[in-house]
Design a protein around this ligand. Structure first.
Ligand code: COI
Length: 375
């Protein structure tokens, strides 16, 4: 495995220029586009174009292009439809006050995409092609980037196995695509505390499974527990590791942090079945910068319950690209039900949230060099 694949080796202009732009002959009229951008429900509105690269065994990645957004033509025998050979990423393009467009640590997403591809036996896409595809799409659909608080263009790179073959083996053909969606806050109603149900009945991942990869199957596995949580009156599910003395893992679409009453912060350690969140690692850095004691730990459900019930945990929050940082107001399972910080967003949670979103939106210095200019 060449380490060249895992680094951006050229300028953004150079990697974007590899994509042939075939413009949509019927883009959304300006007024319609502006109306769609104004208050979109997360993930429901898509821009005029998509980026695309094709892979064939023996040929490698070819046909880098940006084309009209639209339905894919897939053979009904395409491997992705039968065996779920698929991976995806999530990142955002932010428009800064001076009109420039930036993304947040896209090389980290590109590297995770490579690791996910390995786990799902899909071809590895270079960091250059990953970033080239998002830059080419963002430059083409630059007018789709919404402005305003919490607004961004959410980018969804994904890779599917397209070979028409029903035998169970890695497909010999695949497509990498990127679609773009103007978004506001992930949860409807803006930033407010969410209630979390801890699932003892279902796990999303197991030791040696695909939990660390960003693949559709992990999210499919989280849907039934999500229905169960909604029936109990909760917004999201927290998953355990499925071991005998179960430990807290993540929320399926988000990592989780706990702020203690003494100011220390703790988050579940990466176990091999937890997603390596880019937001998670950035938050860890921002907390260290504040000289707050932060640890990545094996947090058993029993110890979490004890800390919640004794008041040792003062705040909790979930984090991810889509949800940024979302306060947790209540945590429960069949045996306990605890309201955190009176069900209100905690101060530390909201301070870190403000710092992170300020950096992403160019309102504070980017002291760690996390931003990449796309346009
Ligand atoms: C993200 O935060 O970007 C995610 O991928 C989570 C989710 C929307 C599935």
């Amino acid at each position: 495995m060449s380490s060249q694949l895992e680094t951006l080796n050229s300028s953004i202009d150079e990697v974007a220029a590899l994509f042939d732009v075939q413009l949509n002959d019927a883009p959304a009229p300006v007024e319609e586009r502006e109306a769609l951008k104004a208050a979109p429900k997360f993930g429901t509105v898509f821009s005029d174009h998509m980026a695309r690269v094709t892979w064939k065994d023996g040929e490698g990645w070819t046909a880098r292009r940006v084309e009209k957004y639209g339905p894919l033509q897939l053979d009904p025998a395409a491997a992705v439809l039968h065996y779920g050979q698929e991976i995806f990423e999530g990142l955002k393009a932010y428009r800064h006050a001076d009109g420039s467009v930036w993304s947040f640590r896209p090389e980290e997403n590109a590297r995770r995409y490579i690791r996910s591809a390995r786990r799902l036996a899909l071809p590895e896409l270079s960091v250059d092609d990953f970033i080239g595809s998002i830059a080419a799409l963002v430059r083409t659909d630059i007018e789709w980037i919404p402005t305003g608080d919490e607004a961004a263009l959410y980018l969804r790179p994904f890779m599917i196995a397209t070979e028409a073959f029903l035998g169970v083996r890695p497909a010999l053909e695949a497509e990498h695509l990127v679609i773009a969606s103007p978004v506001g806050p992930y949860f409807s109603g803006g930033v407010h505390p969410v209630n979390i149900w801890i699932s003892q009945d279902y796990a999303r991942a197991s030791r040696g499974g695909t939990g660390e990869a960003k693949c559709g199957g992990n999210y499919a596995a989280s849907l039934l527990p999500q229905i169960q949580a909604a029936r109990e009156g909760f917004d999201q599910v927290c998953f355990l590791d499925g071991q005998a003395d179960p430990a807290i893992e993540e929320l399926g679409g988000m990592n989780v942090f706990f702020v203690k009453a003494n100011g220390d912060i703790v988050t579940p350690a990466l176990s091999g079945s937890i997603l390596r969140g880019v937001t998670r690692s950035s938050i860890l850095q921002l907390i260290k910068d504040r000289d707050i004691n932060v640890t990545e730990e094996h947090i058993t459900l029993a110890s979490l319950k004890a800390m919640l019930e004794s008041g040792e945990i003062a705040e909790a929050f979930a984090c991810g690209t889509a949800a940024v940082i979302t306060p947790i107001g209540r945590l429960a399972d069949h045996d306990f039900d605890v309201t955190i910080n009176g069900g209100e967003p905690g101060k530390t949670t909201m301070d870190i949230r403000e710092e992170l979103t300020d950096i992403q939106n160019g309102r504070r210095p980017d002291r760690h060099g996390w931003l990449t200019r796309l346009a």
